[in-house]
Design a protein around this ligand. Structure first.
Ligand code: NAP
Ligand code: HSE
Length: 422
């Protein structure tokens, strides 16, 4: 193992806990032979004799059959993975950032060396969604995939809505519980969910998703006011990954906060739980649900992959490892995405404002489906909330730019996409 933090610690403990069960199911006994960490002085629940501060020592050890990369980051784990593949050792990883941003290098090398790379833990924690897409649903054309795939953000949004706690307090709790990434911005700015979305889209449509083409928006700007208004209009706010095919092999792959109808099942996914709704042309709708982050759920996925890798080495598995490979599909530019919108403007409390705003939406051929102005705001500047019909992102952004220039419109000006879910 390279890394023994939140996930690595869970792997060690749960392997110990279920060692007999694993042996009875597989006929093999798996053992942790060596663990690389950064700081040898840190106390941790493993025999100190196993520890080293050199990942190279783990990869090169002839007694090590499988390398489990749980260190996080991109550049160093890339070196680890490539060295392990070169040494002919199967690799298990939970590192979605690495796969989303350097997947092509890894999978090319793995294919030419014929070494499997397993990555179930990289998406949605303990939910076996990688296996589902690469095996269980492989006879389907994927028509649509929606996912709540960042546990930290879902935990923050759920608690902000239910307990009206402030963002920073809840984020600190998510960190203490081991949900958040070492760099919290990966979670709250949406990049972690986007890494996972890129992996899921790659599996569903057989192409290496260029990560910089995935539209990413996080939850930092979601205010309690938006949650209150969304609730009044029958919605909740979730950080949602949306993946769906369009004409010409172009795939919509985006992550953004979204208004989700309270009557939809995804609205009831709370706390650290994740859910992925996949619609296939043969199977119809499916829903995968479980804990999306934390030591034990992630360890569950890492251990399942390690067992698979061990069975493969022993010749006892006929399963091939999932693969991200280059293909003909491309990412649909965000400007062409078309959805309904929630817009909250801050406007001067004077007559005629709504007429000016709606004239601009009208000019861009964007229909207004609902307008809401709370009566309890009496300041000179008050919120004006609009629900807008489906429109192209490019048209919506042009309209908003013009609206922001009106004398009667101040800041903030909030735009949240409304997700129409089946
Ligand atoms: P973590 O708690 O920060 O643990 C990272 C581990 O890697 C630590 O043990 C650290 O050593 C070790 N490490 C870092 N740099 C190293 C180096 N150069 N050489 C040797 N060891 C090094 O992180 P984590 O939460 O377990 O996450 C690990 C990976 O799993 C990440 O890719 C993350 O995205 C992914 N993941 C995490 C979760 C989750 O819920 N936390 C879920 C799914 C996937 P020290 O202990 O000495 O600092
Ligand atoms: N930080 C990630 C999350 C860990 O909160 O979902 C699981 O991938």
């Amino acid at each position: 193992m390279i890394g023994c933090g939140v996930v690595g610690g869970g792997v060690v403990q749960n392997l110990k806990k279920n060692a007999d069960l694993i042996t009875s199911r597989t006929g093999m006994s798996m053992e942790v032979r060596k663990i690389a960490v950064r700081d040898l002085a840190k106390s941790r629940p493993v025999k100190t004799g196993l520890l080293t501060d050199s990942w190279q020592a783990v990869v090169a050890d002839p007694e090590v059959d499988i390398v489990v990369e749980l260190m996080g980051g991109i550049d160093q784990p890339l070196q680890v993975m490539l060295a392990a593949i070169e040494a002919g050792k199967p690799v298990v990883t939970a590192n979605k950032a690495l796969l989303a941003e350097r997947g092509e290098i890894i999978f090319d090398k793995a294919a030419s060396a014929q070494v499997p790379v397993f990555f179930e833990a990289s998406v949605a924690g303990g939910i076996p969604i990688v296996k589902a897409l690469s095996e269980g649903l492989r006879a389907n054309q994927i028509e649509e995939l929606h996912g709540i795939i960042n546990g930290t953000c879902n935990y923050i949004l759920t608690r902000m809505e239910a307990e009206k706690l402030d963002f920073q307090t809840i984020l600190q709790e998510a960190k203490d519980l081991g949900y958040a990434e070492a760099d919290e911005s990966l979670d709250v700015d949406g990049f972690d969910a986007a890494h996972k979305a890129a992996i899921l889209a790659g599996l569903a449509y057989g192409f290496i998703v260029p990560f910089d083409e995935v539209y990413v928006e996080g939850i930092r700007d979601i205010s309690p006011l938006d949650m209150e208004f969304a609730q009044k209009m029958g919605y909740t706010i979730k950080l949602l990954a949306t993946i769906r095919p369009h004409a010409d092999s172009r795939i919509e792959v985006r992550v953004n906060p979204a208004l989700v109808s309270r009557s939809h099942v995804l609205a009831s996914i709370n706390g650290v739980f994740n859910a992925v709704q996949v619609t296939g042309d043969v199977v119809g709708e499916t829903l995968f649900y479980g804990r999306g982050a934390g030591s034990d759920p992630t360890a569950s996925a890492v251990l399942a992959d390690t067992i698979e890798a061990a069975l493969g080495l022993a010749g006892g598995s006929c399963r091939t490892a999932p693969v991200l490979k280059s293909g003909a599909a491309a990412v649909l530019p965000m400007d062409e995405v078309s959805v309904p919108y929630y817009v909250r403007l801050t406007v001067r409390n004077t007559p005629g404002v709504l007429a000016q705003v709606s004239a601009i939406f009208g000019k861009h051929e964007i229909g207004i489906s609902s307008v809401f102005q709370p009566e309890d705001h009496v300041d000179p500047d008050v919120p004006l909330v609009l629900l807008l019909d489906k429109a192209k992102e490019a048209d919506m952004q042009s309209a908003l730019r013009e609206i922001k220039e009106l004398d009667v419109v101040g800041s903030p000006c909030q735009l949240i996409r409304v997700e129409e879910l089946s």
